[in-house]
Structures are given as C-alpha cells and as structure tokens.
Design a binder for this molecule. Structure first.
Ligand SMILES: NC(=O)c1ccc[n+]([C@@H]2O[C@H](COP(=O)([O-])OP(=O)(O)OC[C@H]3O[C@@H](n4cnc5c(N)ncnc54)[C@H](O)[C@@H]3O)[C@@H](O)[C@H]2O)c1
Length: 354
C-alpha cells in the first residue's frame, strides 16, 4: 500500500488529483489535509465519502503538531503539497496570507518531513520517501513574444502570489541542497477544467455569460497563457512523484498558448451555440483597467518531462474547453452552491458525527 499525504486537495487541482489517482490505483490511500478556505470545497469529493482509501483531515499546513502527527500516524511515502492561496488578484489586495500559507506552510511541511525522515547522525534519509512541491510557471515572470520557460530560466516573479510560490520553491531546493532531502518541484502553466472556483477566468466567464452578465476583460485581453487540461497536470504530478529524478524541477505545459480575449470569445460562441441563446454575444465583453503588474505572456517548454518521463498531454485545448463548458452546464447546482456559499456548510453537516 502506497500512502500519500496530500495538502489542499479540496481545491481545484487537488480534487482532480484525488479522483485521478483513486480511479487508477487500488493499492493506495490518500490522506487529504485541507484547511477548507473559501477555495476548498469538500463537496467535490462527495463521491468518495465511503471510500476508505480517502481520509480527509480538516487542518492547516502551518500547524506543526498536526502535520507531525499525520506523518507519524500514517507514515506517508509521498508528501505532495498543493495547498496554497492561489489567486493573483487576492495577493495584490492582501499579500500577507500568501506568505503565511505558501511560504511558512511549505517550510512547516518540509521541516516536519525532515524530522520524520532524516537521521541526522547517519546523514541518511528513510528510503522510498519523497516531497513534491506543486508550483507554477508564474515564478519565472513574463516572456516577450519569443521563447519559452525552461527549468533553467531565472526565477523572476512579479506578483505577491508568484513571489510567495518562488520563495517556497527556494526553500524546497534549500532542503535538497542542504540536507539531501528527496524532493521534486513541478511548475505548471494555467490549468482549466471542472471544479475550478469561479473567481478564475474560465468558470467566471462561463457563469457570467450564461447569466447575460458583463464579461470583464483586463486591459486589451492580449495576455497570453499556456492552458493545460487539469487531468494532464495530475498525470504529470503522478509521474514526477514516482519516477522524477530526485532534486529536479519539471516544467509542465502543452503548448496551448492563447490570449485571454480568445478564451473569452471561444466561451461566448460555444455557449451561445449550445444554449441557442443569441443574447450571449461579444457585446457582453467589457474591457476594464488592467491588473497591476500583469504579466504579458507565459509559455512552457515541456521537453524535459517528455524526455525524462514520457509525459505528454492527452487533451487538446479544443477538446478540453468543450468538455469544461459542458461540465459547468451539466453541474449548474454546483455553481449555484459555490456562488451562494452553500458549499461551505457541507463539511459541518457531513463530518459532525465523525
Ligand atoms: N490553478 C492553476 O492554474 C495552477 C497552475 C499551476 C500551479 N498551480 C498550483 O497548484 C496548487 C493548487 O492550485 P488550485 O488552483 O487547485 O488552488 P485552489 O485555490 O483551487 O485550492 C487551494 C486549496 O488549498 C487549501 N488551502 C489553502 N490554504 C491552506 C492551508 N493553510 N492549509 C491547508 N490547506 C489550505 C484550500 O482550502 C483549497 O482547497 C497551488 O499550489 C497552485 O499554486 C495552480
């Protein structure tokens, strides 16, 4: 039995990771530590309520005693850290919580894992253990019209969010370089897919357009992001955890670069066609003042993960965006419960007697 201690897996990507792993492997268990901030939605994992391979723990990655106890009780083979404050706009408004969770939380996980896995006298690590940090391409800063981020591109973050993720990455590297800790860092491009909180571009635009609300587009909308279907990201994390060379960074992306305005127009046309609703049209687009320090272009070179691990993205943007729109249309109750805040009551109701 392989044991994973994952963090932040009531969020968008983590939810998909739990489903992805449990649908592929029988002999695993996932201890899912999540603080259930506004971004954590345990309803996303409702189908696993009675699955003994998924153990949910409500708690904070900054909690020293709790993290130490989980490592002692469950003896995980892998610790995979998804937990983060993840929204750039929120980081511009309130940077401090980003330092607390993204930096201090990561250091707490590293330090507790080191205490459990490292024999300081012998300077050896328990075999078969690894820490994986789920990071982002945003740590590299912005690109011009040419070129791609490789793993050796200098770290040059601009937003408080990307700065906190970059800082966490440096600590992960420091634990490897200083103590020899077995680690990997993954740096993925923008994800899209089901279960994404509707403050992020794609679900926000789907929800607004469906309800004939304005579609706020930052600046000229020509900011380019490299979009990856969330399951392809999860597949990469699984491969890096089990087969990634210790100490290495892996960039993850599928060469699906699209300007934001293209994404918004695609959503408008797809929705209008599917719902036979001519009121969903480009007249809903409203250009608003650009985000402060907005990076112009991100683009990943995924050659290393392809060559080392044989990873490749399975879902093209054209297929993935249609799947995603269909999911949000088929799960309107999910969207209503998230936008009304009802989803936050689920934990209290479900776990009151556990
Ligand atoms: N979304 C993307 O496009 C993208 C791309 C690349 C990398 N990433 C990284 O992937 C990870 C997951 O991103 P996401 O989009 O799923 O984020 P998300 O905001 O949807 O989910 C974050 C989860 O972390 C939990 N959390 C927050 N603070 C916590 C704390 N202190 N202790 C325990 N749990 C806490 C939240 O409750 C939530 O369930 C993040 O580390 C993010 O930086 C995201």
């Amino acid at each position: 039995m392989t044991t994973y201690l994952t963090t932040g897996c009531a969020g968008f990507i983590g939810t998909t990771f739990v489903h992805y792993m449990l649908s592929r492997y029988t002999d695993i268990r996932i201890i899912n530590l999540d603080a259930l901030t506004y971004a954590g939605n345990l309803e996303n994992l409702k189908d696993l309520e009675d699955d003994p391979r998924h153990i949910f723990v409500h708690g904070n990655i900054c909690d020293k005693e709790l993290v130490a106890k989980l490592i002692a009780d469950y003896d995980p083979d892998y610790i995979i850290n998804f937990a983060a404050e993840s929204h750039v706009d929120r980081s511009i408004a309130n940077p401090e919580i980003f330092v607390t969770t993204n930096v201090m939380g990561t250091v707490n996980l590293l330090q507790r894992a080191k205490e459990a896995w490292y024999d300081a006298g012998q300077k050896t690590w328990k075999s078969g253990k690894k820490y994986v940090q789920v990071s982002t391409d945003e740590v590299y800063g912005a690109l011009g019209a040419e070129g791609f981020f490789t793993e050796t591109t200098p770290i040059n973050p601009h937003s408080p969010y990307s700065s906190s993720k970059a800082s966490a990455d440096h600590f992960v590297k420091a634990f490897h370089d200083t103590y020899g800790m077995p680690v990997n860092i993954t740096r993925c491009s923008n994800n899209y897919g089901h279960f994404q909180f509707p403050e992020k571009l794609i679900p926000l635009m789907i929800n607004n357009a469906k309800n004939h609300k304005q579609l706020p587009v930052y600046g000229d909308g020509m900011q380019i992001r490299d979009w990856l279907y969330v399951e392809d990201h999860c597949k990469a994390i699984d491969m890096v955890a089990t087969a990634g060379r210790v100490g290495e960074v892996y960039n993850i992306g599928g060469h699906n670069e699209r300007p934001n305005i293209f994404i918004v127009k695609t959503i408008i046309h797809q929705l209008s066609e599917r719902l036979h609703d001519p009121e969903i049209n480009e007249g809903l687009i409203k250009h608003v003042e650009d985000r402060l320090g907005h990076d112009r272009r991100y683009g990943i070179d995924p050659s290393k993960i392809k060559a080392d691990l044989g990873w490749y993205p399975e879902t093209t943007f054209e297929v993935g965006i249609v799947k995603t729109i269909d999911w949000y249309l088929d799960n309107q109750e999910w969207m209503e419960r998230v936008t009304s805040g009802e989803y936050q009551k689920y934990y209290a109701e479900m776990y009151k007697n556990r």
